[in-house]
Design a protein around this ligand. Structure first.
Ligand SMILES: Cc1ncc(COP(=O)(O)O)c(C=O)c1O
Length: 384
């Protein structure tokens, strides 16, 4: 059996930094629930949650760490943002390249009387023009502009810089789905002027599954998505007014958050700029290799500068599912094939319904692994 190669970091990053595994185990052995007791162990657990919140706030220049709401993943964060904000009669402008974590809640909200407008991405690059988004916003009174920073299918980076500022000049709120960018791109909430930013902790932030967060800007009051115990104000049957407690209830995922804290420490040690630089090198190598193979159809932006690390391609006359199967069974290489939970994105670039083979290197991949992957694709292409 060949050595396994993991190239599905857009789904969840693997491996995690060594410190993450250690922190998860330590937290699991801690024996207390944060915010649920005044004894020493419970207070230590609470401190750990606080430190994680502070690390995230610092990494993304959130200003105030109380505005970071912990969630189980990016999907929950996006649902909290949308269902917590939108009312009947509101209007949302978004893109045609969103993940189902956005598309499905928006569809449910349409059924409740919210208007949703999807601006088409360029059919080759998968990039949506900022001007087209602004025009769509101005066509009628708009409540929210919602943009995916980086496509999980084609890697296309959207031009979010400046959109937050523009939205505020026009009385529109700005929500970014940072699921594929948080951790591998420098992201500054205050500079971007985001009102809401959703991200998982388990992708490029290198933390454990079961972690994610929603950033909620000052002055924005959201209705909670879920109701329950928060460890304080237990006399009242109403949720607390203040953040983060208002939007966080139930027992925390302490091992997950401890792991996320360790992951952020690792990212800070390396530096987000260096992480991005390494991923760009891997991407250049991968794209060059794939471009040289006869029969490979590559999708998404040509330039690595306009890309995150999800690379989608197909082999002429071959079903992506079959390519994925051969990669797994004969080469022991894990990639994601099909629609990658983003059918709208595939419709935008003409790869619906069969989808693509998506390969997504992460910080821990090497050129040697990509070389083996490229050779494997070469062999499969020759078998056609
Ligand atoms: C762009 C995008 N948005 C949202 C999500 C949902 O993330 P999670 O699985 O953490 O809920 C993903 C996951 O693949 C994604 O790529």
């Amino acid at each position: 059996m060949k050595e396994p190669i993991y190239l599905d970091n857009a789904a969840t990053s693997y491996p995690k930094p060594e410190g993450v595994y250690l922190a998860v185990e330590q937290a699991l052995r801690m024996g207390a629930s944060p915010g649920r007791g005044g004894y020493q162990k419970a207070l230590s657990a609470e401190r750990l949650v606080f430190e994680t919140r502070e690390s995230l706030a610092e990494l993304f220049n959130a200003g105030d760490s109380e505005r970071i709401i912990f969630t189980a993943n990016a999907t929950t964060a996006i649902n909290q943002a949308l269902f917590g904000l939108l009312k009947k009669g509101d209007r949302v402008v978004t893109t045609s390249i969103e993940h189902n974590a956005v598309t499905r809640p928006l569809r449910a909200l349409q059924d409740r009387g919210i208007e949703v407008v999807k601006v088409a991405a360029d059919p080759v690059s998968g990039i949506v023009s900022a001007v087209a988004l602004q025009e769509a916003c101005l066509a009628a009174k708009t409540t929210l502009l919602l943009v995916n920073h980086c496509s999980n299918v084609f890697g296309s980076l959207q031009p979010i810089e400046g959109l937050g500022h523009w939205c505020h000049q026009h009385g529109i709120l700005f929500l970014v789905d940072g699921s594929q960018s948080a951790g591998s791109f420098p992201v500054d909430f205050q500079a971007l002027e985001v009102d809401l930013f959703a991200a998982p902790g388990h992708k490029s932030l290198l933390g454990p599954q079961g972690t994610g967060f929603l950033y909620v800007d000052k002055g924005l009051a959201l209705t909670p998505l879920i109701y329950g115990g928060t460890g304080a104000n237990s006399h009242s049957d109403l949720p607390p007014e203040e953040l983060p407690e208002r939007l966080e209830c139930g027992t925390f995922n302490l091992p997950g958050l401890a792991g996320l804290n360790a992951a952020i420490a690792f990212i800070n040690d390396i530096g987000v700029g260096k992480i991005r630089q390494h991923e760009v090198q891997l991407l250049d190598y991968l794209l060059q290799g794939l471009r040289q193979i006869d029969g490979v159809i590559l999708y998404g932006p040509d330039s690595t500068e306009l890309r995150g690390s999800a690379v989608s391609f197909n082999l002429k006359q071959r079903d992506p599912a079959e390519v994925g199967f051969i990669l797994d069974q004969e080469e022991n290489i894990g990639v994601r094939v099909g629609l990658q939970c983003a059918p709208d994105a595939h419709r935008s670039l003409g790869t619906y319904p069969q989808g693509t083979v998506r390969v997504s290197p992460g910080y821990f991949n090497t050129e040697a692994e990509l070389k083996r992957f490229i050779q494997a694709i070469q062999r499969i292409a020759q078998q056609a």
